[in-house]
Design a protein around this ligand. Sequence first.
Ligand SMILES: C[S@@+](CC[C@H](N)C(=O)[O-])C[C@H]1O[C@@H](n2cnc3c(N)ncnc32)[C@H](O)[C@@H]1O
Length: 390
Amino acid sequence: MPHLKVMPFDSSVISQRLSQSKIMTLHAKSLTGEDELIGIAYKGEEFLLQLKPDTKATLLKYDKVTRPLKVNLLKEALAEVSHVLGLEVLSSNIAISHTKSALSSEYFKKIEDFENPDFTFDTISVEVGFGSGRHLLYQAMQHPDTLFIGIEIHTPSAQQVLKQIALQGLHNVWVVNYDARLFLEMLPSNSCKQIFVHFPVPWDKKPQRRVISNSFVKESMRVLQKDGRLELRTDSNKYFWYALETFFSVPKVEVEIRKNERLDITSKYEERWLKQEKDIYDVYVKCKDISKNKILAFDFNFNIVKYRKGLEDDLPKKTLVFDGYFIHFERVFKAGEEVLLIKCAFGSFDRPEHKYILVDATSARYFVSPPVKTAINHQAHQKIMELLNV
Ligand SMILES: C[S@@+](CC[C@H](N)C(=O)[O-])C[C@H]1O[C@@H](n2cnc3c(N)ncnc32)[C@H](O)[C@@H]1O
């Protein structure tokens, strides 16, 4: 990821240059450590850069929580900030790539695009964790009248598949680079025909990271139309039994099991298991119900929340656990006499949100964008408002 190593410098120059800067919007210092944050507004995107001072060199790098998807944008911003501040660069990896970023493709969709989605296809199918995308692309080619929404948490895989979409001239695939467990909640009820989950990571040692969970299956059944199917394919006997148990805990489904069934297309993972002559299990979960419509009408504004003296000291230091969700104020940065940037994690235990909250003398807001509109995030948000108001 892009970064610069620069000669250590007096960072008060950042605050001094803020008012004339076209790119820097704020400068915040950690209350508990050495690191600092620089707010950036560049080419229509808002994000943060981190400054990590050390004796020999200071590291200027991207911030994980607010990172823009276009890497070149980040590189340009790093170069611009170092230029504006007159920094002496010791080493860098920010050479701009002139090949067009796959993430600028019209088939690349952000989570926010699903708040008011414009599906121009009558039939929608979803593939979770498409990896190399062989199955997703094959399905899209075979069914040109169906929209295939592929969700993949691993950015390079999402980029590779976007390139393939362009090369193969497909018009019916959308790629979402996000956690599928959170994403499903963005889809309308009864909207999908199939949800494919092929060879999910079994996470034997960290089961809370598994894609299949009780809430994932419930969400899948809400999103699937009546007689639509959730299709799991796995080489892990343990995962197969775990998934089966999870599927049976959900009402109004029909479950069908197959063993060593050949599909028309073989993924890279599957090829490996076939060579080892491993058993492959398919579990089809048919939705037998029509679900209520879901309206994404959660309000993530902070209303009357604003900075008050001592707020930074009053914030709970430990993780707060509530019924079904948690809140953890991880770090507090001060960006002025009455301005705080609070880094926090919250929401459900297996799908936490990571956000900054910018609180100043008149208002508060999520920096740079509100959380995904899920019911759990909204509950956590209301509790955060209470905690900031106390
Ligand atoms: C073992 S690979 C299988 C890839 C592909 N389905 C295949 O059959 O070759 C699992 C994939 O799921 C993705 N993944 C894991 N957790 C995910 C999540 N929560 N949301 C979306 N994708 C996820 C991983 O990045 C990885 O590409």
